[in-house]
Design a protein around this ligand. Structure first.
Ligand code: ADP
Ligand code: MG
Length: 267
């Protein structure tokens, strides 16, 4: 049984007198453990699809079966419950709370997760485990502005993981990141997919990022134009091992500046 199954999915937005047909009949099945890269030009319906698959929105028509349950017509409250239990989100802009530490950002979904009702100590433990999974346990006390873009995105991934979702939805998660950092983030997604069996749907307009998936789905004008396996899958861990070591952390920069000033003074 597929974990995600959509049939003739249609989403129409009406803005004033303009009707936007964002999805015009999409059919797709996703098996547990797949890593689906969703690509397509801007405006082709990728984010609309993700909102529906993530139970943030409902289709105008068509069916969405999630884990064998028809969620297409569920109420907002029912959708919220399913979302909290099964789905983690990662966005392009990280969406972290700026006055809140990494640890508190990661704990946040546990506060809304009514079913769990965890004690404070258990929340900390779960959040630290999630930060450890993304390699950021030592930064738990940092605020977002004390972290690089890649680190912020890793905190956001930890936040998505903390509720132990079976599906991870990511919308352009590398859109604001440089090349090396993008590969690091893809390494995390590939590990979560392979080691934990989390089903990943990754939206990207970058074709090279799509090659980290096992399957490529390309949208055009609200329809699926291409749906095929990725034949030569990229391996982020291997690529990272082959890259030169990362540049110095921002915290080390002032020392370098100071020594060059000293040097200049000596001339
Ligand atoms: P993509 O993520 O592929 O760039 P989107 O799914 O965001 O595409 O958008 C598909 C189409 O739907 C676009 O024409 C966009 O302008 C429109 N659209 C998306 N969200 C809304 C909304 N909330 N209200 C009105 N139109 C929307
Ligand atoms: Mg989009």
């Amino acid at each position: 049984m597929p974990v995600i199954s959509v049939r003739d999915l249609v989403k129409t937005y009406t803005v004033g007198e303009v009707i936007v047909r964002a999805l015009r009949g999409a059919d797709m099945d996703v098996e547990a453990g797949e890593f689906v890269a969703v690509t397509g030009p801007s405006g082709s319906g990728k984010s609309t699809l993700m909102h529906i698959l993530g139970c943030l929105d409902r289709p105008t028509s068509g069916r969405y079966i999630l884990d064998g349950k028809d969620v297409s017509r569920m109420s907002k409250d029912e959708l919220a419950m399913i979302r909290n239990r099964k789905i983690g989100f990662v966005f392009q802009g990280f969406n972290l709370l700026s006055r809140t530490t990494a640890l508190d950002n990661v704990e946040l979904p546990l506060l809304y997760n009514g079913a769990a009702k965890l004690k404070t100590a258990d929340r900390h433990k779960r959040a630290m485990a999630a930060l450890t999974a993304v390699g950021l346990a030592d930064r738990y006390h940092h605020y977002p502005n004390q972290l690089s873009g890649g680190q912020q995105q890793r905190v956001a991934i930890a936040r998505a993981l903390v509720t132990q979702p079976t599906i991870l939805l990511a919308d352009e998660p590398t859109g604001n990141l440089d090349t090396r950092t993008s590969v690091e983030v893809m390494d995390i997604f590939q590990r979560l997919n392979v080691e934990r069996g989390i089903t990943v749907l990754l939206i990207t307009h970058e074709t090279d990022i799509a090659e980290y998936g096992t399957r490529l789905v390309r949208f055009r004008d609200g329809r699926i134009q291409v749906d095929q396996p990725v034949l030569k899958r990229r391996d982020a861990a291997k690529e990272l091992a082959a890259l030169p070591p990362p540049e110095e952390e921002p915290a080390a920069a002032p020392a370098a500046v100071a020594s060059s000033v000293e040097h200049g003074g000596a001339v």
